[in-house]
Write a protein that binds this ligand. Structure first.
Ligand code: FAD
Length: 304
């Protein structure tokens, strides 16, 4: 990204919501579950797997957190009814983590029971660093209490992550490994592009050494190459790992991975609470900042 792009990215929260919505439409299946179902059907028809995310984060009322948990029950019902090849991803703050750890655990356990009833799986997304300890604590508690249909996410940009991999190794965890998207201070996170990549590779090696099932979640061609090299060198079969990408990002590269025989899962978010997710996607799209600036200026000029 150029310096100008970076400056524009920082100003994105000031961009009018309708503009954000217009430019982020490709990243979101829609506001409703039927729209998500349609998207997943199309992905499945192309040989891609999915993980459905009910959008919602930083929930501030218990009722909202329970409503999100309830929405996941509807998602599992549709996955069954429509025979979709999809699991789900959940955000702990959407299930009430900031309100109470116990409320969040209760909501998540409800979702896990619902998933287990149809032999399905729940991935706990990782949010900003204020949630890392509690997320990993809850993941361990759930695994130790017998829930096997749950996985977690680790973020390569955090300096702690290699230690987290080692601490989780005894669980033979199912881990989505990604770079990490939240803005974190230099003291706890690598901020240099190459350092994040190097950490990603170190963590990937450590996870594979620990016998973890890894969801390699990246659109970064260099990292995809590094992952493919490791998969080949270790003689892994396609059921031992998967690649993961976000809806609306590098669709054709995802198709190439499928054609080459790899499992590829697409993250499919839907729901009313689209704003936070959309901002994060636009902020990391290298081509988007300038386009949005022009669109916003265009509106301003048009109104003048
Ligand atoms: C399935 C999945 C789940 C994720 N879950 C989490 C999570 O739980 N917690 C978390 O912190 N982060 C999560 N992320 C986000 C992740 O941490 C990164 O922020 C994001 O994937 C971008 O990093 P990258 O590895 O793709 O590399 P980048 O260097 O950012 O991107 C590589 C290339 O991909 C393309 N690209 C990337 N993003 C976009 C975009 N928005 N629009 C258009 N093109 C783009 C560009 O061509 C870019 O050059 C997830 C990512 C994926 C794929």
């Amino acid at each position: 990204m150029t310096l100008l792009d970076r400056a524009i990215v920082r100003l994105l929260p000031a961009v009018p919501k309708p503009v954000v919505q217009r430019f982020s439409a490709r990243y979101i299946a829609g506001a409703t579950l039927p729209e998500a179902v349609r998207t997943v059907k199309d992905l499945n028809a192309d040989g891609k797997l999915a993980t459905i995310d009910v959008l919602g984060e930083e929930i501030t009322h218990e009722d909202e957190a329970r409503a999100i948990a309830q929405a996941y029950r509807g998602v599992f019902a549709e996955i069954e009814r429509e025979r979709l090849d999809s699991n789900v991803s959940v955000k702990l703050t959407a299930l009430g983590l900031h309100l109470s750890y116990d409320l969040c655990r209760e909501n998540l356990e409800g979702v896990l029971h619902e998933a287990a009833a149809s032999a399905n799986f729940v991935r706990i997304d990782m949010e900003d660093s204020t949630t890392t300890d509690e997320t990993l604590r809850l993941y361990r508690e759930l695994r130790e209490s017998g829930h096997d249909n749950v996985g977690v996410v680790l973020q390569a940009y955090l300096r702690r992550t290699l230690d987290d991999v080692r601490a989780l190794a005894d669980l033979r965890p199912n881990v989505r490994l990604c770079k990490g998207i939240y803005v974190e201070p230099f003291s706890i996170a690598y901020t240099d592009h190459d350092a994040v990549r190097a950490s990603f590779v170190r963590c990937l090696d450590a996870l594979l050494d620990a016998g973890a099932y890894v969801g390699v979640a990246t659109h970064d061609e260099w990292l995809i190459g590094e992952a493919l090299a490791r998969i080949g060198a270790r003689g892994l079969t396609p059921m031992d790992y998967e690649f993961q990408m976000l809806l609306g990002v590098r669709d054709s590269r995802a198709g190439e991975l499928v054609a080459a025989g790899h499992r590829l899962r697409v993250y499919v978010p839907y729901g009313e609470h689209w704003y936070g997710y959309s901002l994060r996607r636009l902020q990391e799209n290298p081509a988007m900042a300038g386009t949005i600036a022009r669109a916003t200026l265009g509106r301003a000029v048009g109104r003048a």
